[in-house]
Design a protein around this ligand. Structure first.
Ligand code: ADP
Length: 444
């Protein structure tokens, strides 16, 4: 109430001053009371006009506070009102700004989510979506705002799911090009609004398909020799065989068990490679001993049918696991012998590279491989000529083992081949995993 009292006193003082002044002037002209009345009324009017003018200024600013700062109101009643209004507005602006920053941080957090997030209103119109959802659904976050999502995303499975209203389980749908697979889950919130969460499950689907194929392939590979074996067992059990026939059947049975053993062996090697940590970088394997083993393996398999040459690697050591490296080189040499006709050439060569690394080449003059097969050769059970592979004891897993081994040693495999001209399988080792044994000069 203090301001009211103060203002009352001010107004009273003004009227009093006007009355006294008016009375004094009026006395000079013989009419003191009339003068006092006019003087009082005049100053009361002046006080009201000044008040109205300051109030109008404040109202004008309040109507458009964004146009500039509050005009100076001075002290007193209007000054205090101006100050209080301005402070209230400042506090409100600060609170709005803090909320805006919080909202921005919230959206940035959703934006950073690895999953797609799409907000739909009660009419399935897009309220907001993050970049991942825009990518999954093929949307433009700005342009498509307020558009009905089913007008833009036409995948029938998604449209039916959204319109069905049953959101207990997620739904899967393929991208327009069919190359990617998405899983989508809807969670209703607020008044008919929907939170749509999407996830790219292409990799999981691919891995799952590969696992299914793998199990089917293994079953098929094992079933074939098992069926043959079962047939022979039945033959031996039901027929009277001569000694010669019996020996022949036993030889064929041994071939089938060898085949199954080779397959199980390769499967175990693969699962070990996939399940164990990378070979340590401080166990050193002499390349010369790898080359010697390669030479011995090739000679034993070829049994003099090919000309074999092995060169390089003296004094060099490679960091890694000896049994894995022996298995990789063994597989390449084994293939070279098996896929090169009698009289052909097989060369195993170790050579340094300009970048400090080294390469191990297994080159043969065999039948060669058509270009279209090259990218798939290291896939499990991929064979160019299935019957030739099986006849020669192949499991279809050799190159897949080689690829795993070289990758675990930080290197890569490169295959070049031409029909009728032979093949070159190259293992490239990085310099970081190589060293020259002290006191031995580098050799090509
Ligand atoms: P496999 O046990 O069938 O030999 P791999 O994984 O070792 O399986 O090889 C995959 C396929 O690559 C083989 O089936 C064969 O068709 C082809 N291949 C591998 N090495 C050679 C080679 N040196 N010459 C020609 N073809 C080869």
């Amino acid at each position: 109430m203090s301001w009211l009292l103060l203002r009352g006193m001010l107004a009273g003082l003004a009227v009093l001053a006007g009355t006294v002044l008016g009375g004094w002037i009026g006395a000079a002209s013989g009419s003191r009371w009339a003068g006092a009345l006019v003087g009082g009324a005049l100053l009361a009017g002046l006080f009201a006009v000044a008040d109205g003018w300051r109030g109008r200024r404040l109202l004008g600013w309040l109507r458009a506070p964004e146009t500039g700062p509050l005009p100076r109101q001075g002290s007193g009643f209007w000054g205090e009102i101006g100050y209080r209004v301005e402070r209230a507005l400042r506090l409100r602006d600060r609170a709005i700004e803090a909320e805006r920053i919080r909202l921005e941080q919230f959206f940035s957090a959703i934006e950073a989510s690895p999953n797609g997030v799409l907000l739909l209103d009660a009419n399935d119109q897009i309220e907001w979506c993050n970049g991942v959802a825009a990518d999954h659904f093929g949307l433009d976050p700005q342009r498509d705002r307020r558009q009905r999502v089913t007008n833009l995303v036409r995948a029938p499975a998604f449209v039916a799911y959204l319109q069905g209203g049953q959101f207990d389980d997620p739904v899967s749908f393929a991208s327009a090009a069919g190359r990617r697979q998405f899983s989508v889950l809807v969670r209703p919130y607020g008044e008919g609004m929907k939170l749509v969460l999407s996830q790219d499950v292409s990799e999981q689907e691919r891995a799952e398909a590969m696992r299914r194929d793998f199990v089917a392939n293994v079953s098929h590979e094992i079933r074939t020799p098992l069926t043959v074996l079962a047939g022979f067992v039945e033959t031996m059990a039901t027929l009277q065989l001569s000694e010669v026939e019996r020996r022949r059947v036993l030889t064929l049975m041994a071939q089938q068990t060898d085949r199954m053993q080779a397959l199980v062996g390769d499967l175990l090697t693969l699962s070990q490679l996939e399940g164990s940590p990378r070979p340590s970088a401080d166990r050193w394997v002499a390349v010369a001993s790898l080359m010697k083993r390669a030479e011995a393996d090739a000679a034993a398999l070829s049994a003099g049918r090919h000309s074999i040459s092995v060169s390089g690697g003296e004094g060099v050591e490679v960091a890694g696991d000896e049994s894995e490296l022996l298995s990789a080189v063994g597989n390449l040499v084994n293939n070279a012998v098996r896929y090169t006709p009698e009289g052909g050439r097989i060369e195993v060569r170790w050579s340094p590279r300009a970048d400090g690394g080294a390469e191990l080449d297994v080159i043969d003059s065999g039948a060669g491989i058509a270009r279209e097969h090259l990218p798939r050769l290291t896939e499990r059970f991929y064979r160019v000529d299935g019957s030739r592979s099986r006849e020669t004891g192949g499991t279809g897993l050799g190159l897949s083992i080689v690829k795993h081994v070289i990758q675990r040693h930080g290197g890569e495999i490169d295959i070049q081949s031409e029909i009728g001209k032979g093949s070159r399988f190259r293992l490239v080792f990085p310099g970081a995993r190589l060293r020259q044994r002290a006191g031995v000069a580098a050799a090509g």
